[in-house]
Design a protein around this ligand. Structure first.
Ligand code: ADP
Ligand code: MG
Length: 240
């Protein structure tokens, strides 16, 4: 579903992605971890071209993302992106927040979009919040709305960049639970997170990045019990 081939990116002279090769299969959950500044956000932002690359190729669902001829609206409609900050429209209800893109981008009619919206709100455990405004919700609830907003586009891929990092500890699990259910339903997911319990339980593979490079890719069991690289060992010793 997603293939990186020899991907390189620079910010000015700073080489932030170094020869990245990576494949994510359909239905797979891949977790990306690594120290701050290692390039995790940049890596996933390249998948829907929020960032450009200077060398190499990224193919998403058979489309070359960084080819000028590729219709980015088409790719972006297939990819949901959930950030650390929820970025909901404060003046719109929850239902409006999650149906505006399907109506505007997918061109589905309002009634149909609202039916879908209600269905998805139920999936994220917020069926009674359709008419609430973001400020009336907790951080965990707002992040679940942000996930619902992504799902309303019926994406093939969901990208998550530290989705629980801005949340109070007691709200982290309600968001991870929604993500666990998505994984169970077979969604293709790339998740940047430091939630190693989640990674261990849900990821098919874990990628460890440091200084713009993929240092190690492993199945969760091997990653935690038998890390191969000393930088991975050092990282794990600090966070576990
Ligand atoms: P991570 O998500 O792992 O913390 P990032 O992908 O955000 O790392 O950043 C990787 C490197 O790229 C860091 O050194 C960061 O300072 C730099 N960087 C990120 N975004 C920009 C930008 N827009 N302009 C210049 N440098 C950037
Ligand atoms: Mg980041």
């Amino acid at each position: 579903m997603i293939t990186f081939s020899n991907v390189n990116k620079w910010f000015g002279k700073h080489h932030v992605l170094k020869n990245i090769n990576l494949e994510v299969e359909s239905g797979e959950v891949m977790v990306v971890c690594g120290p701050s500044g290692s390039g995790k956000s940049t890596l996933i932002r390249c998948i829907n071209r929020l960032e450009n690359i200077q060398k190499g190729e990224i193919i998403v669902d058979e489309l070359n993302v960084h080819d000028r001829k590729t219709d980015m609206t088409k790719i972006r409609a297939e990819i949901g992106f959930v950030f650390q900050q929820f970025n909901l429209y404060p003046h719109m209800t929850v239902l409006k927040n999650i149906t505006i893109a399907p109506i505007k981008v997918r061109k589905i009619n309002k009634h149909e979009a609202e039916n879908l919206g209600h269905e998805i709100l139920e999936r994220v455990g917020l069926k009674d919040k359709a008419n609430a405004y973001p400020a009336q919700l907790s951080g965990g609830q707002q992040q679940r709305v942000a996930i619902a907003r992504g799902l309303c586009m019926r994406p093939k891929i969901m990208l998550f960049d530290e989705p629980t990092s801005a949340l109070d500890p007691e709200m982290i699990n309600e968001v991870l639970d929604v993500m666990r259910n998505l994984a169970k339903d077979g969604m293709t997911m790339v998740v940047v997170t430091h939630e190693m319990g989640f990674a261990r339980e849900v990821a098919k593979r874990i990628v460890f990045m440091d200084d713009g490079e993929i240092i190690e890719t492993a199945r969760p069991d091997d990653f935690f019990t038998n890390p191969q690289n000393k930088r991975t060992k050092h990282f794990l010793s600090k966070i576990l």
